[in-house]
Write a protein that binds this ligand. Sequence first.
Ligand code: ATP
Ligand code: MG
Length: 371
Amino acid sequence: MRVQKLSLRNFRNYTEAIFIPHPSINIITGSNAQGKTNLLEGIYYSLRGRSFRAERDKDISKWQTKQTIIDSEISLTSRIFHIHWKIGERTKKLFFNGVETPRSELDHFGVVMFSPEDLYLIKGSPQERRHFLDFEVGQLSPGYSKIWRQYSRVLHQRNTLLKEIRDRRSNPEMLEVWDDQLYRHGAKVIYLRLEVLKKLIPLARKIHFSLTGGAEELQVKYLSSLVLEPGLSEEKIYQIFLNSSKKLRKIELLRCQTLLGPHRDDLSLAINGIEAKTFGSQGQQRTVTLSLKLSQLDLWYHEFGYYPVLLLDDVLFELDRDRQSMLVNKVMNKVQTFITTSFTGGIEETIKGSGILWQVQAGSLRQREEF
Ligand SMILES: Nc1ncnc2c1ncn2[C@@H]1O[C@H](COP(=O)(O)OP(=O)(O)OP(=O)(O)O)[C@@H](O)[C@H]1O
Ligand SMILES: [Mg+2]
């Protein structure tokens, strides 16, 4: 899969930009605050229909403008797809090959992003790891995002109802209306997460082992709020969810919170049996994150027969030389990669013949050198 062309109009600090990237490696250089991360955000938005950093869609529109256009041409299995986003003050429309379409049409366009914030995947709260499960692991399971949205909606409604029951504005019997949907959707969310993790974890472990020259073994475990044995069917998870939830009904009514389900689950990440969050060094935590990112590329290829695009925001030069070259060799001429950096550190030599160096300055983009 390749981004052949990206046009931005009134996107962040870009007024009008056309970007025709190299099919393999694109290094985007420039001083701070020139628009390097914004360019990656444009690619990401085009493929996912949301930003990786803006809370609200209107934040991505260039200040004092009313309409943002993100237009891209993507090649995939020898076909070209046209993705056109039109974002106004209160509207957001996607035109796919010229026809207005829902966002789910883009599910098969993959993007893997690695930025300094991703270290929170290791260091941060369970919420950060659930974000990883829902927006990264979920990408690898067709239909996941839809079921996850349905679950989130039911969960929200149920929590609202718990409050209304406490305030005597609703009747406890009303819970039945939401409970079955909560268990059905929740069991599916957990089941799909486990199915992807079953394939992703061995790949991540293998990559981690080779990134550390065989010195470190990575362990990843799904920690559920339900008591689950390995290999359960979706139906069995549903039964366990239903039975466990019934026992907590009284406490849930007191606390006005749904206490069990995928929204309470977490991942445990350990190196040689020791928790990475508490005991891992910065470098070790970065390597765990890198292993989890690279394993997504491999799994995507394995499942769908092509690689997604890879966005590396300010992270390549944080890695030591060996890890940098391992990463570059892994992606070169296979995965279209976009790397932002304010310093190139001699990477030009490594990627000679397989990439372009770009220069960004105040929202304008030019090619610096072809190798
Ligand atoms: N909605 C917006 N409209 C106009 N400009 C914006 C908008 N949002 C952000 N900017 C500006 O875009 C500029 C470039 O941001 P960006 O994050 O892309 O910088 P960068 O080149 O990645 O810098 P760094 O090396 O520090 O990471 C910032 O100065 C920011 O103020
Ligand atoms: Mg940046």
